[in-house]
Design a protein around this ligand. Structure first.
Ligand code: NAD
Length: 384
């Protein structure tokens, strides 16, 4: 970012805390960082408390601490962890920029509502992650890293024995056998954390490239004897398996799962319902006392058949924790990373002291998902 400029763009963040949300999309350090690119910050009272930032911390950093209505009236751009609900969308001023996880891959109606309200939607989920200049903006990577770390801790906490091997006067305790399904950003962090706790870790991913990454962390790669490499998805992502491949995968995973004490699942395919990797049959085959943490759990289902958000225990004594909110359970670090991601996206659009879209620019084309008239005007201005 360039040296300090006079603030001409106003950026606002609301209090998004709820039962499942403790993060905040702006932190005091980022207030300072944004001032240097000509952005002044407004934050709703109490927004950072759950992430351990007081109103005073924000005021000292130079932000104005305000009520939500004043932020709506004054902000040129708003940053969200998730996205504004429909009621808030109705209240926002046309021309306001809305930066967040907008759900643009799955919820076209919502994007239409943003467009109809004249808002400029910047969809964090569309970030071209392979672009090196965009890496500091990659919220999926930052939050999935936190999630994977926490998933291993939650699993260790719920497990009724040790993760490490321990030799005691009363006997030797064998280390926990942990299986990680999905070895992307979250899975690799879960591997590292479970290994640091002393577990013996095995991992599996549908992407052939992940074998080296898994092994480089000292874990074993689970060989299912299946090859899904043909038709690997774009940008290094997994592709969705067809029905036949899915059944073959589930059968193999179900069989192998029985040998493990703890299973952590993180498998997703961008823009789609998470694939079921472990079926009810596989869960039934686990030993009493086994623990599953399903990070892909959602209202649409997760990686484990029958998993729901929250904790349940099967008749066979297997604890299943459906845990999509784990990054929020490390709220301070998760907020620091997320706030930096959002701020760098905002800063990208600050051009000549104002927010503007540059048509044909890779990041602009990827991130802007609304076709608001205001956006079109800005494009015209920006390309003059
Ligand atoms: P994600 O959250 O969408 O998926 C998590 C993991 O689940 C992925 O590794 C995926 O392969 C796996 N998965 C999906 N379907 C599966 C199935 N049926 N069985 C087993 N595993 C399955 O993705 P992510 O973790 O955010 O990122 C995935 C990959 O994207 C990374 O490992 C990396 O290769 C790439 N990436 C690249 C960059 C970059 O170039 N800067 C940045 C971020 C991610």
């Amino acid at each position: 970012m360039a040296e300090t400029q006079t603030a001409t763009v106003t950026f606002g963040v609301f209090d998004e805390t709820s039962q499942h949300e403790s993060r905040v999309a702006l932190t005091p350090d980022i207030v300072n960082r944004l001032r240097k690119v000509g952005v002044s910050c407004l934050i709703e009272k109490g927004a950072g408390i759950a992430a351990h930032y007081t109103d005073d911390d924000y005021a000292k950093a130079g932000a104005e601490v305000l009520d939500a209505d004043t932020i709506v009236a004054r902000a040129d751009a708003l940053g969200f962890i998730g996205r504004p609900d429909r009621a808030l969308v109705e209240r926002l001023r046309p021309g306001t920029w809305v930066i967040g996880m907008l759900g643009s891959f799955t919820d076209g109606d919502y994007i239409d509502a943003l467009s109809a309200a004249g808002l400029i939607g910047v969809a964090m989920e569309r970030l071209p992650r392979q672009l090196s200049s965009a890496q500091s903006m990659d919220e999926m990577t930052s939050q999935n890293s936190v999630m994977g770390y926490k998933a291993a801790l939650v699993a260790a906490d719920a497990y009724g024995s040790f993760f490490p091997m321990m030799t005691t006067a009363a006997g030797t305790i064998r280390p926990a056998k942990v299986l990680i399904l999905g070895a992307g950003i979250a899975g690799l962090q879960a591997i590292g954390t479970a290994r640091r706790l002393g577990a013996v870790v095995t991992a599996y991913d549908v992407r052939p490239a992940s074998r080296d990454e898994v092994e480089s962390l000292g874990a074993k790669f689970l060989d299912l004897g299946l090859d899904f490499s043909a038709g690997q998805g774009e940008g290094g992502y997994a592709r969705a398996l067809n029905a036949e491949e899915q059944v073959a995968q589930q059968t193999a995973v179900d069989e192998k799962a029985a040998g493990f004490d703890v299973i952590i699942t993180t498998a997703k395919v961008p823009g789609r319902k998470p694939p079921v990797l472990l079926t009810a049959r596989g869960v039934e085959g686990l030993k009493r006392g086994s623990v599953i943490v399903d990070c892909a759990a959602s209202e649409l289902g997760g990686n484990v058949e029958g998993s729901t958000i929250g904790t349940s225990v099967t008749d066979g004594g297997v604890t299943i924790i459906g845990a999509p909110y784990l990054s929020s359970q490390v709220p301070n670090t998760a907020s620091n990373l997320l706030a930096r991601n959002v701020a760098d996206v905002l800063a990208h659009f600050v051009r000549d002291g104002r927010l503007a879209i540059k048509a044909g620019e890779e990041l602009d084309d990827a991130l802007i998902v609304t076709a608001a008239a205001a956006a079109a005007d800005q494009t015209a201005d920006a390309t003059k």
